[in-house]
Structure formats: structure tokens, C-alpha cells
Design a protein around this ligand. Structure first.
Ligand code: HDD
Length: 712
């Protein structure tokens, strides 16, 4: 049963998936053997009330399949959401890479992207304070390329050997499986404070980047330094960046905590709804390029994944755009079964010796064997390439294909030497011929020992409100730790990053920043290693600030997909609402009517309007802005329900734009917003453009100090 494909969303991959798709509504119910089923409600019994018979193969097939429906969740990044789309190149870059995807502007390369949190289980809430995964599968004409990145440009550790320790420390503690999807506990900070290479990624997790407003409003990074190889075999180092067209925006921690209760699928729903509404999320792909000869010109090692190259030192060259335009048809078949492997690369792209990347090349293939259960996981529809993939690998659990013929080896004569090899000039992959002349040694390069300079650069580059958020986050997280010794150690290391930050956190914890601490600080070294050699060096200052790291410097030019709550009841002023409806019709925002009850309400023109949510079923934190259109009767009804007041108070506390018209001003008087009508995002009787300009700014962070005093 073939499904029709929406022409606009058509791609070679979507077409490929159709082979295995079927539509319930077109089907007759049958067993897995194709037998038509007459009763799926009652088991076969001896008599009406009698025992169930072993003979009942229909019962057994149904129950056995059900018993085995779940597969192991991903050991990390278990919680995620995916979408299909495509990538288009702006201009060819043959001088850097021979990769087909970066040389042909006519290609529309199909992609599947999975966003995720890291620490939580599959059912954990979306707004955990955490790194977000940003994994992209490009189904290219030369084979599949996976760019398996995160929404932060650096990683916690420098060597894959430390990954199990990192993950064991952040996951729920093993004795009681607490806390879920949270880093705020002793084991994590015990590990972090003894493994100072983690500090850079760790301070990013304390920033607003860890609580994005939407998957659609996050950057993505390949993190490692990779190589581009051109057709002359020359190499350039490259770092990959995804830049969201909607800018980089976050919620506040207070919202995050509340969103997790109000709608724990907030990010999943947001991505799904935007795509269903045709508001396709878009990112530009950028590359930072470094010539081979410049490998050692930086104050940090390009192979160290805990370091970024500041964009002010090497600009990001924008080379193309990705658009996500189709939701999966089946979550399990696509989003759950998709397998990303950093080892999936194509000619023109190659690895470097980054020791974290090198270990990842093993881990991702290995984990699919237990997660998906077979070395044939590449045959699962979402994982198979859009080009043929014949070789001599055979058999194994769940072999889905029927390789014909007598041979499964190479070389052979019996199959005419097929499948045959290809030359480099014919598009075969060959590894970059890097010269390596070295001793076999288990250690860490001294060039990886600077653990403080870049966390300090990051912190220095933040705006005042972003810095405050970092201090609050540390105070919260360490406040949740039970052991004072761990808090003290953390204060000491934070103090190496920034004294002001450490002092603020210490104050919040009711502790003092220790002057010294039991050495050595970095204990992530070998037992026989030279301890001094591996201690983090003094902080360097090779750049005062990197504005590109601050969300305060992101784009603020669109209100597309922003959710505006219209608080209204019977008798609301229709002319006012009509004025604001241009925000939806022209600017792509989403206006939702929130009323005292579900169903519909009537405006002052006696027209009926569908209620999008009753006040009982929604929360202020799920919206970007609030509008109250006025109308005497409507305002009276809102005033009679304290939840509307709370709604506006929370919006004010979370620094959102609030607009009211006419009698709406009376309602406002009973809220905190009404006490601050001089605030630039509290708007009374304004036109749609003024409201739009306030929403565009995402938040009025100038309100933060007042907001902190509001007990909403
Ligand atoms: Fe990883 C999944 C990103 C280091 C081992 N990782 C996984 C996913 C993302 C990342 C986005 C989810 C993919 C999906 O949606 O299916 N991981 C990263 C980044 C890293 C990183 C950006 C550092 C730069 N990871 C890393 C190391 C190891 C792993 C060092 C092991 C040595 N990661 C895994 C894994 C996972 C995984 C256990 C779990 C599920 C999977 O692979 O398919 O193998």
C-alpha cells in the first residue's frame, strides 16, 4: 500500500521511505502472516467463561509482539525529536572540499535531524538544564554523512576514555536513581571539580544556552575540528556551525521549571507545530576554515574539543541553508530508530586526531548493536542511504535484503569481480594521508592543559543579564549539592574563571570562596603521570571579548512563530483584536485565545470565536507575549478569575511584552505590570507595530531586577 507524497516535501529520501510506509485507513486487519482477522477483542476459550487455550495463535502473536515493543533507550540523548528536510548550498567551495554536497548548488540534499537533551530518560521533560543534541543526517549522492553535534561549540572532556565517567556522574545517582534529567547533584560536581577540562562546557550549561526557547532557536556545532579535502588532496581544518534564522533565544530558569510541569513536551510540540503550520525551521550552515599550515598558530590546540575558535579570530563563512519541512510519519520508526554515527563521512570530509572524535568513531557503531540489535541497522528505512550500498557483508539478525548470487567475498571471478572497487577519481573514499611518526603513549598533550582561559572568555563576553543568569544557575545547582567539600572545590575552580562570579555564587550558598584548596586540582590523569604537567595553566587573555558568544547580540528581527496569548471572554473588543491580527497574518506570529472556559466566546460584534485553550488548561510560560483586547464585559470576567492575574504577573516576571487596549488597562492595574507602565514592553493602547517591535526583542531584560522581586 503506497502512500501519496506531498509534492512540496518530496525528496529522494522521502520517496525511499514510501517503500516501507503504509496507511492504516487503507488496510484490512491481518496477522503478520497475512491472514484476515475476525476478532481482535476476545481470546480463544474453552466455553464462554472458560480457560484460554494455548492454541490461540492470534492471542500469542499479538501479546508477544507487544511484550517486545520497547528497545533500549539511548544511553545518552534518550529524549529527542526529529524532522525531515533538505540542505541547499549557496555557492560551491571546491578550493576547500571536493564533497559533492558542497560543490553543487542545484542539489537539494535530503536531511533528517534529531534534537535531544543529553542526561534525561526518554520520557523526561524538555526544559531540563542541559546541552541539546543537534544531529544531522545528510543523505548525499556519495553516501550518508552524519554531523553529530550539540547546541554548544565545545565538549566537557578531551578524551573519549572519560565519557563513561562524565555520563555516570551526571546521570541519576546509582543508589536511588535521583535526580532525573538534572546536573544539580553531588556526583556531577564531584566529577567536574576534579576534572577541570569540563569547566568550559560546564559554564555554557550554566548559561541560557541550556534552556532554549525552542529547538528552532538554537545554534548547532560540529564541535570537533574536522578536515576538508579538495580534489588536489589538500587539507583545511574546518569547524561546522548551524545558525538559526530566528536567532538564538532562551527562556528563564523560572519558566523552564514551570514549563516542565505545564507541558513537558514543550520543545517537541513546538517543533512539530511549526512544521505542521508550514513555518519551516531554517538554519544556515557556516564553516570556520584554517589552513593546514596554520595548525599551530593559536593559543589553544585545534584538536582539543574543549576549545572553540572565536569567530572574531576566524570568521564563520556561510555556505548554505537547511530547511526542515516534514514531520516524521512514525516516531519509533524514524526518530527512535535513526542511528547517527560520526564515522559516516563522504569524500571531501575527513577526521582529525581529536582524541574525543577518535573514540566516538568506535562508540556510535557499537551502541547501535545493543540499541537496535543487529549489525544490519543500516537497513532500517530511516538509516539506509539514498544510493545503493553493495558489499560482501552478509547475514546477521534481521537481514532485510536478499543478496543474490554465489559469492560474498573479494576478490572473485565467479561474480565478475563484483562488487568491484572504485578509484579515488571515481569518487571512492580515501583517508587523508597525514604523516604520523610517534611513540605509542597513553597520556594527554600538554597543549590541552589550559582549562580556564576560554570559560573566562565566555563569561566576559556575556551581557549583564546573561552573567546574572550564570551566577543564579551556579547558585541553584551547587545549592542542590549536599556536600560542602564539593561546593568549596567548585567555588575555588569558578574563582579561577572569574572572581566576581565566584563571590556571587559563594554569597548565594552562604559560603566563602576558599583561598586555596587541596592540590592537585586536575585529577583526571594517570597514576604515574607527572602531576604538575597536567595541572591547568594560568588563565590567558588572547581576546578581550567574543561578541558572537552572547545571546544579547543575536538576531531580533522576526516574530514568526511567536505565541501570543489573547486573554479574552464574552464581549471582548473585536476591533482591537482585528488590529493585532496582522501580527499573525503578516508577521507569522500565532495568536491564541485563552478564555475562562473552553468552547467558544462571542465578541462585542456578537461573532463567535473558537477558544484555543481554557485558562485552566494552559499557563503563561507557554507564551511569548500577552494581549488583552479590552471590552467591559470581557475584562470583568477576566478579573473574576485569579488565574488571569497570575498569567499576566508571570509574563511580567519573565520580562515578556504585554499589551492591553481600552478597559484592559483596568485589568492591568491589578497586576505587577500595572505598577510599571513606564516599562518599554508594557504597552497600553498601542498599534500592532509597537507591540511587534517589543515581541521582536524576545524579552525586556532591563526589567530583570524588578522581576526578581515579583512573587509570581
Ligand atoms: Fe555522543 C549520542 C553528540 C561525545 C557516545 N551524541 C549522541 C547524540 C548526539 C551526540 C547529538 C544523539 C544522536 C541521536 O540523536 O541519535 N556526543 C555528541 C557530541 C559529542 C559527543 C557533540 C562531543 C563532541 N558521545 C561522545 C563521546 C562518546 C559518545 C565521547 C563515547 C565515547 N553519543 C554516544 C553514544 C550515543 C551518543 C553512547 C548514544 C546513542 C547513540 O550514540 O546513538 O554512542
Amino acid at each position: 500500500m503506497k502512500k501519496k507524497t506531498d509534492e512540496k516535501k518530496h525528496s529522494k529520501k522521502i520517496e525511499d521511505l514510501q517503500k516501507d510506509s503504509w496507511e492504516v485507513k487503507e488496510a484490512t486487519m491481518k496477522t503478520n502472516q497475512g491472514l484476515k482477522i475476525n476478532d481482535t477483542n476476545n481470546s480463544l476459550k474453552a466455553g464462554e467463561r472458560g480457560a484460554t487455550l494455548l492454541e490461540d495463535f492470534l492471542l500469542r502473536e499479538k501479546i508477544t509482539h507487544f511484550d517486545h515493543e520497547r528497545i533500549p533507550e539511548r544511553i545518552v540523548h534518550a529524549r529527542g525529536s526529529g524532522a525531515h528536510g533538505y540542505f541547499k548550498l549557496y555557492e560551491p567551495i571546491p578550493e576547500y572540499t571536493k564533497a559533492g554536497i558542497f560543490n553543487d548548488t542545484k542539489r537539494k540534499t535530503p536531511v533528517f535531524v534529531r534534537f535531544s537533551t543529553v542526561a534525561g530518560s526518554k520520557g523526561s521533560p524538555d526544559l531540563a538544564r542541559d546541552v541539546r543534541g543537534f544531529a544531522t543526517k545528510f543523505y548525499t549522492e556519495e553516501g550518508t554523512w552524519d554531523l553529530v553535534g550539540n547546541n554548544m561549540p565545545i565538549f566537557f572532556i578531551q578524551d573519549a576514555m572519560k565519557f563513561p565517567d562524565l555520563v555516570h556522574s551526571v546521570k541519576p545517582e546509582p543508589n536511588n536513581e535521583i535526580p532525573q534529567a538534572a546536573s544539580a547533584h553531588d556526583t556531577f560536581y564531584d566529577f567536574v571539580s576534579h576534572t577541570t577540562e569540563t569547566l568550559h562546557n560546564q559554564i555554557w550549561v550554566m548559561s541560557d544556552r541550556a534552556i532554549p526557547r525552542s529547538y528552532r532557536m538554537m545554534e548547532g556545532f560540529g564541535i570537533h575540528t574536522f578536515r576538508f579535502i579538495n580534489d588536489k588532496g589538500e587539507s583545511h581544518f574546518v569547524k561546522f556551525h548551524w545558525k538559526p534564522l530566528l536567532g538564538v533565544h532562551s527562556v528563564t530558569w523560572d519558566e523552564a521549571v514551570k514549563i516542565n510541569g505545564a507541558d513537558s513536551d514543550f520543545h517537541r510540540r513546538d517543533l512539530w507545530e511549526a512544521i505542521e503550520a508550514g513555518q519551516y525551521p531554517e538554519w544556515e550552515l557556516g564553516v570556520q576554515l584554517v589552513a593546514q599550515k596554520d595548525e599551530h598558530k593559536f593559543d589553544f590546540d585545534l584538536l582539543d574539543p574543549t576549545k572553540l575558535i572565536p569567530e572574531e579570530m576566524v570568521p564563520v563563512k556561510i555556505i548554505g541553508k537547511m530547511t526542515l519541512n516534514k514531520n516524521p510519519d512514525n516516531f519509533f520508526a524514524e526518530t527512535e530508530q535513526v542511528a547517527f554515527l560520526p564515522g559516516h563521512i563522504v569524500p571531501g570530509i575527513d577526521f582529525t586526531n581529536d582524541p574525543l572524535l577518535q573514540g566516538r568513531l568506535f562508540s556510535y557503531r557499537d551502541t547501535q548493536l545493543s540499541r537496535l540489535g543487529s549489525p544490519n541497522f543500516h537497513q532500517i528505512p530511516i538509516n539506509r542511504p539514498v544510493v545503493d550500498n553493495h558489499n560482501n557483508q552478509r547475514d546477521g539478525h534481521m537481514q532485510m535484503e536478499i543478496p543474490k548470487g554465489q559469492t560474498a567475498y573479494f576478490p572473485n571471478m565467479l561474480s565478475g569481480g563484483c562488487p568491484h572497487l572504485s578509484k579515488m577519481a571515481e569518487g571512492a573514499f580515501t583517508s587523508y594521508e597525514e604523516r604520523i611518526d610517534a611513540r605509542k603513549i597513553r597520556t594527554r598533550s600538554e597543549s590541552f592543559s589550559d582549562h580556564f582561559s576560554q570559560p573566562a572568555l565566555f563569561y566576559r563576553s556575556l551581557s549583564k543579564w546573561e552573567k546574572d543568569h550564570v551566577a543564579n544557575a551556579y547558585t541553584f545547582e551547587l545549592g542542590k549539592c549536599k556536600q560542602d567539600a564539593i561546593k568549596q572545590r567548585m567555588l575555588w575552580v569558578i574563582n579561577q574563571i572569574d572572581n566576581d562570579l565566584a563571590s556571587q555564587v559563594a554569597k548565594g550558598l552562604g559560603l566563602k570562596v576558599p583561598k586555596n584548596i587541596e592540590k592537585p586540582i586536575n585529577q583526571a590523569i594517570g597514576a604515574d603521570a607527572d602531576v604538575k604537567k597536567h595541572q591547568p595553566g594560568a588563565k590567558k587573555n588572547y581576546l578581550d571579548e567574543s561578541p558572537a558568544l552572547s545571546q544579547a547580540k543575536t538576531k531580533f528581527d522576526s516574530i514568526a512563530t511567536r505565541q501570543i496569548a489573547v486573554l479574552a471572554a464574552d464581549g471582548f473588543n473585536m476591533a482591537n483584536l482585528k488590529k493585532m491580527q496582522s501580527l499573525a497574518n503578516k508577521d507569522g506570529a500565532v495568536l491564541k485565545i485563552i478564555a475562562p472556559m473552553g468552547g467558544s466566546i462571542k465578541c462585542d460584534k456578537n461573532m463567535e470565536h473558537t477558544v484555543d485553550a481554557s485558562i485552566m488548561t494552559t499557563e503563561s510560560v507557554l507564551f511569548d507575549a500577552v494581549y488583552i483586547p479590552g471590552g467591559k464585559k470581557s475584562i470583568k470576567a477576566l478579573g473574576e478569575n485569579a488565574k488571569f492575574t497570575k498569567f499576566v504577573n508571570e509574563a511580567f516576571k519573565h520580562c515578556k511584552a504585554i499589551a492591553v487596549d481600552n478597559e484592559g488597562e483596568d485589568f492591568l492595574k491589578n497586576t505587577y505590570a500595572g505598577k510599571h507602565t513606564d516599562d518599554k514592553a508594557v504597552l497600553i493602547n498601542v498599534d500592532a507595530k509597537t507591540f511587534k517591535d517589543a515581541i521582536k526583542k524576545h524579552r525586556n531584560w532591563d526589567r530583570m531586577d524588578i522581576a526578581a522581586t515579583i512573587p509570581a
